[in-house]
Design a protein around this ligand. Sequence first.
Ligand code: FAD
Length: 759
Amino acid sequence: MILEGINSGKRKSHEVKLASDLVIVGGGMSGTCAAITAAREGLKVCLVQDRPVLGGNASSEIRLWVLGATSHMGNNNRWAREGGVIDELLVENMYRNPEGNPIILDTILMEKVSLEANIKLLLNTSVYELEKKGDDQIDYIKAFCSQNSTEYLLSAPLFVDASGDGIVGFLSGAAFRMGAESKDEFDELFAPDEEYGELLGHSLYFYSKDTGKPVRFVAPSFANKELSKLPRFKTFNLREEGCRLWWVEYGGRSDTIVNSEDIKWELWRIIYGIWDHVKNSGQYEAVENLTLEWVGTIPGKRESRRFEGDYIMHQKDIVEQREHFDAVSFGGWALDLHPADGVYSDKPGCTQWHSKGVYQIPYRSMYSRNIKNLFLGGRLMSASHVAFGSTRVMATCAHNGQAVAMAAKLCKDKSLLPSGLSDIDHIKELQALLIQSGQYIPKTRLNLENDLLKDADIQVSSEFELNSLPFDGPWKSLEFSMAQLLPVSESKQLSVQIQVKAIKNSTLTLELRKSQKLGNFTLDELVEKQEISVNNGEHSYSIDFGYAPETAQYLAVCLMQNEDLEVKCSALRVTGVLSIFNKFNKSVATSSVQSPPDGIGIDEFEFWVPERRPQGHNLAFELGESLKVFGKNNLTNGIFRPAVQPNAWVASLEDKGPQMKVCWDSPQSIKEIKLFFDTDFDHPMESTLMGHPESEIPFCVKSYRIKDGQGNLLHAQDANHQTINTISFEDAISTDKLIFEIDHPSDTVPAALFGLLCK
Ligand SMILES: Cc1cc2nc3c(=O)[nH]c(=O)nc-3n(C[C@H](O)[C@H](O)[C@H](O)COP(=O)(O)OP(=O)(O)OC[C@H]3O[C@@H](n4cnc5c(N)ncnc54)[C@H](O)[C@@H]3O)c2cc1C
C-alpha cells in the first residue's frame, strides 16, 4: 500500500533520464524511418511520439495514404517509388494488407520498431521543453508521458526534429519561416499572393458504413447547418470517404500551430454538417442505411513552420530538376498548393503542377543552419513554401528521414556535427551507405570499391534478350495513345512488328519519341513519325525506324489515338519494360496535357501514365534485332532500379533453372550478402483505403537458394516478397564461389535481380 500524507510543498513527477546517440522527436513516417535506419546502423535511438501509435498522418488516427514521387501513377515519374525502409514498410503493408486497413499499417510500424533492440520508443510522450549547451546546441529535451505520469530527460549528441510543427527547432531557437515567400526571394513565379493565401490548412476525415437497416442521424448542436452552399457539394459523392475527403480543409488563414485546436473544432462542425446534409437534406439517394463509422479526432496537419538549413529548396530545384553535389534523396510529387480558405473557397481545392521528372533533394536542406546538432526531418525541412508543396508528402519525408539517420551514423563515427558532412568526400560516403540500404538518389550510382564483388567473376546461366513479347494478351483499343517503353542501346535502330485490328479502314500514326532530359519519361521529343494505312480486319505491320540514339536510353514507340483501332498486347511482363498511355489520373491532374497559365514558371507537357495491374499489359511485338540490355553486368552497375536502362539482370524464361555463379581466385571471408529484387518501383502502394489487386508484386523472385563452392546450402528462401534480402552470417563463411539458384516468379515473368552486394 502507498500512503502519503499532506504535502504542503509541491510533488515532482516520476523522472527518468535517458542518454542515447540520437533522439528523434515525432513518430510520423519520417521519424519512424529515421529511427529504424539509425538503429540498424548501430545507434542507440530514442524515438519520442506524443500519440499512442506511430505513422503521423498515415496512422489509423488520421488515415492518410502514404504517397511520394509516383504520385498515384499519375505523373511521368517512372519507377519512382522511394527505396529503403519506407519501401520495406509499404511492400509489407501491401503483402499483409492489400485492402488498405489503416489499423494494419499501425501494427506493421509498431512491429518494425519493436524489432529494433536499439530503439527506445516512448509513446504518448510529448516533448515540451529543452536545455541548450551554449547558443547553438541542444543538450537535452524534456518530455512528459501522461499515461505513466513520467517526465523524461532525453540527452544525446544529435537530435532529429520530425515533429511536423517543429517543437525542438522552435524551442532551441532554430531559424524558421511560416507562410509563403515573395515571388522575388527565390524567383518563384508560382509563389501565391495573399488572396490565394500563404498556408495550407488542416483536414479531418470520416468513414461511413452501410448497416443494412435504416439509421437516423441527429446532428450535434455544434454541427454547421449552413453548409449546403459549399462549392464542393456540386461534385461531392458518397464514395468519398477517408483521404478522398482531403478537400475538407480549414485553417490556412490562421496560425496553424497555436490555433490548431480551434481549427479542429471548425473541422468537426464542418464534418458533422456535411453528414447532416447527406443524411437529412433529401438530396442524396440510398443514404438511409448509412451511418458514420469513424470520424477523425486528430486533424491532419499540412503546414506550419519550415526550418532553414544551409540550403533552402525552391521552385526551380523542382521544375528544372536541378542537380546538387550533396543529393541524398529525391522527390517527385507535384508542387501542390491549396487555397488558404480551404473548404470555404470557391477555387479548386488544390493546384498541382508536376515537373517533367523526379528531382534531387540536397543534404544541406536537412539540418538547421544555426542549431548545430539538429537534423530536420519530415515536412519541416528547409524548403520554400512552394517547394514544400512537393516535398511534404510522406514517402518523400520518410526517404529523407532515412538520409538524416544515415548522416547521424556518419556524424557519430567521425565525431562531426551535421554540417560537417556537407563536403564532397563525406557526401560520397553518405550516398554510398544510403544506396546500399536501398535509398534511390537519381543520377547517382554506388561505387563498389569496398565490395567483395569488385574482384569476382560473375557467370549467369542465361540472359533475357528482348526480341519479342508474345502476341498472347488482350486487344487494347487505341482510345488513348499508347506508348511502349523500350530500353534501347547506343546506336541501335528499332524495327518493330505489331498486330493491329481495325473496325474500318483507317490510318495508324506511329511516333518514336524520347525525353529531352536523359532519365525522364516525359516523351517531349519527337524523333520520327510514320503513318500506316490499316484496312478493316486484323493485320501485322513492320515498322523500321531510322533513328539511333547517341546514348543508351528508353525510347517510346507511340501508337497515337484512334478509336477505330486496337493493338495486340502481351501477357509477358518483364522488369524494366512498360507500356504507358497519354491520359491522366484525376486525383493529381486535370487533363492529359499539363497546361499551366503563362508566367508561373511551370512547364507544359503531356502525361504518359501506366495502367494499374491487372491491366497495364505491354504491347505485343517482334523486334528486327533483339535488345540485349538485361545482362549480368547490371548486377554490379551500382543502380538498383530501372532508370536510363533497366539495370537488372533478367534470366531467360526458357532457362528452367536460372543460376548465377560468383567466383573468386581465392577464398573470401563473407559476412553478409544482399540481394535487390524487383518489387515494381512503378507501383505507388498507397497504404490506406485504396486497396490493391495483388498482395505480392509479380516481378519479385519468391524462392532462391544460395550455395557455396562445395555445394553446401548457405541459405534457402521460399516465400520472399521483399525488395532487399539481407543474409547475414553470424560467423563469416569462407568460400571462393557462391552459387545462386533463382526461380522465375511465374510462367509469364522471368526472374530478375537488380544487384548483389557481398561484404
Ligand atoms: C489532409 C492532408 C492530406 C494530405 N495528403 C497526403 C497524401 O495523400 N499523401 C501523403 O503522402 N501526404 C499527404 N499529406 C502530407 C503529409 O501527410 C504530411 O506532410 C506529412 O505527414 C508530414 O510528415 P511528418 O513526419 O513531418 O509529420 P507527421 O506525419 O505529422 O508526423 C509528426 C509526428 O510528430 C508527433 N509530434 C508532434 N509534436 C510532438 C511533440 N511535441 N512530441 C512528440 N511528438 C510530437 C505527431 O504526433 C506526429 O505523429 C497530406 C496532409 C494532410 C494534412
